[in-house]
Design a protein around this ligand. Structure first.
Ligand code: F6P
Length: 360
């Protein structure tokens, strides 16, 4: 009997179910004796031994379903060595659950934080395989994570909707998109929906340059401006601060989020009326787009192939349009950032998009 543990960890995203279905269907198809142990709410289920043996029917009808049928939670890696609520050691508990259930391997669907824990479990001798999920697309080692394209569609649609009202009212609209450390989602959604200014953490902005870009549009007869700003957008001065200095600065400012802060600065500089839209978790919700369904299915099938070959310690990934694998140890602890000198940024600048970093 092949025994496979499975869990979804961290923030949910679209196509988690499609990915699990991809693994399960392939295993059921290729192996006559397989049991899949679904852990509830991410690593929490593994720590507390909360699971159920999944029925093949649970994987039917979920290809286009958002969220995760297993539930998820955040189990921060930085607190993984602290005792669980009942005082037990989280790491030892995870290992003990794995051994008690006689698992052949554990499949983790997760983002950056989840990969650190997966790597730790792998180093402790567990057979672990991972799959890249996140709307942020910031996992190192894969060109694409599932969830990203679906989130772009939602975020771009939000900006599309803002366009008509922005034009009618001659206002500056700021749409704040998810991404604390990286701006992939904001970059792609902003470009897809024709934002005028894009502000992302990797390219710190100068508020005077942002204000100039708005004035330039006004002068050319365009009476509205749409700004796509990542929740982690920072100014050039802020980019020089340490993590704790920035935290202290944010605390003092008392703006609910980045877009409100930037909006206040723009109003002060230009006198133009500013409105803020924060779609928030809408970006992670609803059905996966067709691209994500295919991607998740392919990554799932590849994960199953690795299980059948008993090749462990890898994340399935996308490299140059091909489904590939990369050691989890190479992924854990790194973040894939937008390169300010990359082609996409150059092309965006060529069409006149401002990133608030240099005058246009
Ligand atoms: O990592 C995915 C993500 O959606 C980020 O873009 C966002 O900053 C964060 O999760 C929000 O986390 P939570 O759902 O815990 O509020």
């Amino acid at each position: 009997m092949l025994r496979v543990g499975m869990l979804t960890s961290g923030g949910d995203c679209q196509a988690l179910n499609a990915a699990m279905r991809g693994v399960a269907k392939s295993l059921y198809e290729q192996c006559s004796e397989v049991e899949i142990y679904g852990f509830e709410d991410g690593y929490k289920g593994l720590i507390r031994c909360q699971y159920h043996i999944m029925k093949p029917t649970e994987f039917s009808g979920i290809l286009n379903q958002g969220g995760t049928i297993l539930g998820t939670s955040r189990t921060p890696f930085k607190r993984i060595s602290e005792p669980d609520e009942d005082g037990s050691d989280k790491i030892l508990s995870m290992i003990s659950t794995y051994k008690k259930l006689k698992l052949d391997c554990l499949v983790v669907l997760g983002g950056n934080g989840s990969h650190k824990t997966a790597n730790l479990l792998s180093q402790k001798g567990l057979n672990v395989l991972t799959m890249p999920k996140t709307i942020d697309n910031d996992l190192y080692g894969t060109d694409m994570s599932f969830g990203f394209q679906s989130a772009i569609d939602i975020a771009a649609n939000t900006i599309d909707c803002i366009h008509s009202t922005a034009a009618s009212h001659s206002r500056v609209f700021i749409v704040e998109l998810m991404g604390h450390k990286t701006g992939w989602l904001t970059l792609y959604a902003g470009m897809a929906a024709g934002a005028d200014i894009i502000l992302i953490p990797e390219i710190p902005y100068d508020i005077d340059i942002v204000a100039d870009a708005i004035r330039k549009r006004t002068k050319s007869g365009k009476h509205f401006t749409i700004i796509a700003a990542a929740e982690g957008a920072v100014s050039k001065e802020e980019a020089q601060l340490t993590k704790s200095e920035l935290k202290a600065k944010r605390k003092k400012e008392e703006y609910p989020s980045a877009a409100y802060r930037i909006g206040a600065e723009i109003f002060q500089k230009t006198g133009q009326e500013v409105r803020v839209t924060v779609p928030g978790h809408v970006q992670r919700g609803g059905q996966p787009c067709a691209y994500d369904r295919v991607l998740a299915t392919r990554l799932g099938a590849k994960t199953a192939e690795l299980i059948l070959e008993k090749k462990y310690g890898y994340m399935t990934c996308v490299k140059e349009n091909k489904i590939d694998v990369i050691p989890i140890s190479e992924v854990a602890g790194k973040t894939k950032l937008v390169d300010a000198d990359s082609d996409i940024i150059k092309q965006a600048k060529l069409i006149g998009l401002s990133f608030g970093d240099e005058s246009v």
